[in-house]
Design a protein around this ligand. Structure first.
Ligand code: SF4
Length: 340
C-alpha cells in the first residue's frame, strides 16, 4: 500500500498599506516606490482582495492575511480595528489560519497588542533594521535598540510569533554591527527574519546623502558576503528566513527608482552560491581526481552549481571537472565528493 504524504505549504495574502499615517522619515524609505503600489485599500475592500486570492489557491495550504508595506499599528486605532474585523471574518470561518502584520518597534504597547490578539493576529514583524543605536540615528529611524528589546519582549509575552527584519549597509553600518544585529535578533527570540540590503531609492534622504558623497552603498559583492554570514547565523539558530533581498518590483527592475546599491533580482541565489562555494572547497581536500561527482540535496543543486554556473566554472578554472548530482535523501548542506 502506498501512503501519500500531504505536504502543507504556507501562503500569504499580502495587503499593502503603504505610508499610511507614517510620520517618520527613514533615510532609505519611499514605501510607495519600493512596493510599486500607490493605492491604499479601504477596509471594505479587504474581503474582495482575500476572496480573489483564495480563489487562486489550492487546498493543502496554511494561509495568512498579511498587512505589509507600512506600520500597521501606527494607523488610527479605529481604522486598525476596521481592517482587522474584515480579516477576522475569514479566521472565524476557518478559511485562513492567521493574520500577520509589519510595524515599528515603538508602535507596540499593551493596548495595541490587546487589539491584535482579539482579532486573531498571529505574527508581528518588526522593522528592527539594526540594533546599533548610532546606525539607527543616522538612518533616521526614530527608535532605539531599547525600543526593539521592549517591543520584542512584549510581543512574545503576549504569545505572538515575532519577526525581526534587518537591513545591511545602512549609514555607519559595518560588517561587525550587521553581524551583531543578527546575533541580537537571535537573542531577542525571533521566530522569523528578513534580510534587506539598503538601496538608494529616488526621492529619499539617502539619495541626497549619496549625491553629496556622504553615503556609499555596499557593493553587490559585499552585500552578498555579509548576507551569507548573517544567513548562516539565523539558520544555525533555527530562525525562519522569509526573505533575502528586496522583492524585484517593476520599478526596481527597470531602474526607474533605483539610484544605487546592491540590487539584484537573483540576490538570494547569489548568497546561496557563496555558501555552497565555501562548502565545496572545504570538502575538496581528499579528492585526488580531476573528474569528480559532487552529490548534494536536490533542492540545493542549482545553488551548488552556482548562479550562472559560478561554482562549477570556478572548479573548471582549477582544472577540476565536476558532475553535480541531486539526492533527496541528503540534508540541506550535506555533500559527498567522489571520483568520477
Ligand atoms: S520605513 Fe517605515 S517607519 Fe520608516 S518612513 Fe518608511 S514607512 Fe515610515
Amino acid at each position: 500500500m502506498v501512503f501519500m504524504q500531504s505536504t502543507l505549504r504556507y501562503s500569504n495574502i499580502p495587503i499593502f498599506i503603504p505610508e499610511l499615517a507614517c510620520p517618520h522619515q527613514c533615510v532609505f524609505c519611499d514605501q510607495s516606490k519600493i512596493i510599486g503600489l500607490n493605492l491604499i485599500p479601504k477596509p471594505n475592500e479587504i474581503s474582495k482582495i482575500v476572496e480573489t486570492n483564495l480563489a487562486t489557491m489550492d487546498d493543502n495550504r496554511i494561509i495568512d492575511i498579511a498587512f505589509f508595506g507600512g506600520s500597521f499599528t501606527g494607523i488610527p486605532f479605529e481604522l486598525q480595528e476596521e481592517y482587522l474585523k474584515e480579516a477576522y471574518t475569514f479566521i472565524k470561518t476557518n478559511r485562513i489560519s492567521g493574520i500577520r502584520l509589519s510595524t515599528r518597534p515603538d508602535y507596540i504597547d499593551v493596548k495595541r497588542l490587546e487589539l491584535l490578539k482579539k482579532y486573531g493576529v498571529t505574527t508581528i514583524e518588526l522593522g528592527a533594521q539594526s540594533t546599533n543605536d548610532s546606525v539607527l540615528i543616522k538612518s533616521g529611524r526614530g527608535h532605539s535598540f531599547k525600543d526593539i528589546q521592549n517591543a520584542s519582549k512584549l510581543i512574545l509575552d503576549y504569545g505572538f510569533k515575532l519577526g525581526l527584519q534587518m537591513m545591511i549597509g545602512l549609514p555607519e553600518d559595518t560588517f561587525e554591527t550587521a553581524t551583531q544585529t543578527a546575533n541580537d535578533i537571535v537573542e531577542l527570540g525571533a521566530n522569523s527574519t528578513r534580510i534587506y540590503p539598503t538601496l538608494v531609492i529616488k526621492g529619499t534622504a539617502l539619495e541626497k546623502l549619496y549625491n553629496n558623497g556622504i553615503y556609499q552603498p555596499l557593493s553587490l559583492e559585499d552585500a552578498v558576503s555579509w548576507s551569507k554570514e548573517i544567513l548562516r547565523t539565523f539558520e544555525k539558530n533555527n530562525i525562519t528566513i522569509l526573505r533575502v533581498g528586496l522583492h524585484p518590483s517593476e520599478e526596481l527592475v527597470d531602474g526607474k527608482s533605483l539610484i544605487a546599491g546592491p540590487f539584484h533580482p537573483s540576490f538570494k541565489e547569489m548568497v546561496m552560491t557563496e555558501i555552497w562555494n565555501e562548502i565545496i572547497f572545504e570538502n575538496l581536500n581528499g579528492a585526488k581526481s580531476k573528474n569528480l561527482i559532487i552529490k548534494v540535496n536536490n533542492k540545493q543543486l542549482n545553488y551548488a552549481v552556482g548562479y550562472k554556473g559560478r561554482n562549477k566554472n570556478q572548479l573548471l578554472a582549477k582544472g577540476i571537472k565536476v558532475k553535480f548530482v541531486g539526492d533527496p535523501s541528503f540534508g540541506k548542506y550535506q555533500i559527498d565528493v567522489s571520483n568520477n
